[in-house]
Design a protein around this ligand. Structure first.
Ligand code: GLU
Length: 512
């Protein structure tokens, strides 16, 4: 029988979760759900120097917002916890010891100065990338070069040391990646990575492999930037005797700048004016970054967009909510090549999902904004506004921004329309219209028009002569949704009032 699929998202709490990290989490989730497996959140916080307060909470909130459900996490302990690596510290040492005992790892006592000296020496000898490896280790201070009794004495004296992996000099390391198929790396390209630091904390490499094993992870789905670490991880599985249960790897393609020229960075996003983080984030220097959520993106639009950054369903369909993504997802359809980040596509998705919302759902976005501003608005009016604006917006905050005129009379009037259309005839018709509607009982989008048609007939004026002036008088804007619906929502008294205000304010701008 197939093993039960277990995947993990394993972020380090070092800052706001980059949008690429959200995609990694999403792919893990889609795969887990598709396979009927489990999704684990593991916090990789072994590097205390890079730990950022609040980052873990941020990650949890971001995943929740996106709709990713986690089966096991620090907050929701499963049987393989704790799920925070700093709390697992005592677990790792025995595996480092096992590697030492088997001759696959060793103690190294080199001071930072001695390591620097080695690098300088190699640089002077024109070695392109100086490394602590199968060749150089023999000139350094470690348990492979020092006599056993000296090593013992140093350990007993509590001299600081690290534990390094003894990477073989000549060996091909083969990884069967689910995205890239076979990746072959020569061990001479891998250095003797530190597995346990001087403070007794494991490094990412040791903790990651040990935890994936202990947590029974079956598939490691992560960003391409971890591909160079994969051969080292494969060696660790082999030396720890876990080769048979080693997870399958899938390294996701890079997310590229919109130009395609290199990996997308926060700087690119800042420069081009789009968010890089799912939610608002303020870093330790107090620098604020707006999140996708706060910018008005819907979680379903963002997930749909992110899913397509590196994966495609193999047909022309583009609209996939989370459920449809789970249904359609397969690792086989993840591409190898990096994908360009296209914010216009994200906006397009957002617009599509906004259009699918009911007026009542959209009103749930608008009403709290109004409440915050102490603006009274009935459910009915809010829904009517949403109905009118939904085809014309990309982000829901625009319901308020583009709909302010439903609550406040215009402060300014579209200058171009006034210049071209604010004529004596228009003013005459609008004045008569205002007078008439003041006494109308049932003012709606149909009667609003009928009354206008009557006034126009009486005066012998064509509709086109007044329509734009009426819109500007009522809203200040030159363009907008169906005017009669706008007028009906404003109500007869308010429309009449606004017309009168406009006539007065624009008295010196009337054309013949
Ligand atoms: N802690 C690593 C990160 O921050 C995890 C990489 C992995 O998934 O192995 O991305």
């Amino acid at each position: 029988m197939e093993k039960n699929v277990r995947v993990r998202f394993a972020p380090s709490p070092t800052g706001g979760l980059h949008i690429g990290g959200v995609r990694t989490a999403l792919y893990n989730y889609l795969f887990a759900k598709k396979m009927g497996g489990e999704m684990i959140l593991r916090i990789e916080d072994t590097d205390q120097t890079r730990f950022v307060e609040g980052a873990e909470e941020y990650i949890v909130e971001a995943l929740e917002w996106i709709g990713i459900e986690i089966d096991e996490s620090p907050a929701n302990e499963g049987q393989y916890g704790p799920y925070r690596q700093s709390e697992r510290k005592p677990m790792y040492m025995q595996y480092a010891q096992q590697l030492i005992d088997a001759g696959h790892a060793y103690y190294a006592f080199d001071t930072p100065e001695e390591l620097e000296e080695m690098r300088e020496r190699l640089k002077a000898a024109r070695v392109p990338s100086p490394q602590y490896n199968a060749i150089t280790r023999m000139q350094m201070k470690n348990s492979l070069t020092l006599p056993a009794d000296e090593v013992k004495a140093k350990l007993e004296a509590g001299e600081p040391y690290v534990i390094r992996l003894k990477v073989p000099r000549k060996e091909e390391v083969r990884i069967n990646d689910m995205v890239r198929s076979w990746v072959v790396v020569h061990s001479s390209a891998i250095d003797d990575k530190v597995l346990v630091k001087a403070d007794g904390m494991p490094t990412y490499h040791l903790a990651n492999v040990v935890d994936d094993h202990l947590m029974k992870i079956t598939h490691v789905i992560r960003g391409e930037e971890w591909l160079p670490s994969a051969p080292l991880h494969v060696l660790l599985y082999k030396y720890l005797g876990w080769e048979d249960t080693m997870p399958q790897f899938a390294h996701l393609p890079l997310i590229l700048k919109p130009t395609g020229n290199g990996k997308l960075s926060k700087r690119d996003a800042d420069k081009l004016g789009f968010p890089i983080f799912p939610l608002d984030w303020t870093n330790q220097d107090g620098e604020f970054s707006k999140g996708y959520r706060e910018a008005g993106y819907l979680p379903e639009a963002l997930t749909n967009f992110l899913a397509f950054l590196g994966w495609s369903p193999g047909n022309n369909e583009e609209m996939f909510d989370l459920e449809a993504l789970i249904e359609a997802f397969s690792v086989e359809r993840i591409g190898k090549a990096g994908t360009k980040f296209d914010i216009d596509k994200a906006k397009w998705y957002n617009q599509q999902y906004l259009k699918e919302k009911t007026n009542a759902q959209l009103a749930e976005f608008l009403l709290p904004v109004l409440q915050e501003k102490n603006i009274e608005c009935s459910q009915e009016k809010a829904e009517a506004i949403c109905e009118m604006l939904k085809e014309r917006i990309v982000f829901y905050p625009e319901l308020w921004e583009n709909g302010k005129y439903f609550f406040f009379e215009p402060e300014e009037y579209d200058a171009k329309v006034i210049r071209k259309k604010w004529s004596a005839t228009a003013v005459d018709v609008l004045g008569a219209y205002a007078e008439t509607i003041k006494t109308v009982e049932d003012y709606n989008s149909v009667s609003a028009k009928e009354i206008l048609v009557n006034v126009l007939e009486e005066k012998g004026v064509k509709m086109g002569v007044v329509m734009q002036s009426l819109r500007v008088a009522a809203t200040g804007e030159g363009m907008g949704p169906d005017l009669m619906s706008v007028l009906a929502t404003l109500g007869a008294q308010e429309v009449a009032r606004r017309i009168e205000i406009a006539i007065e304010k624009l008295a010196d701008q009337v054309k013949d």
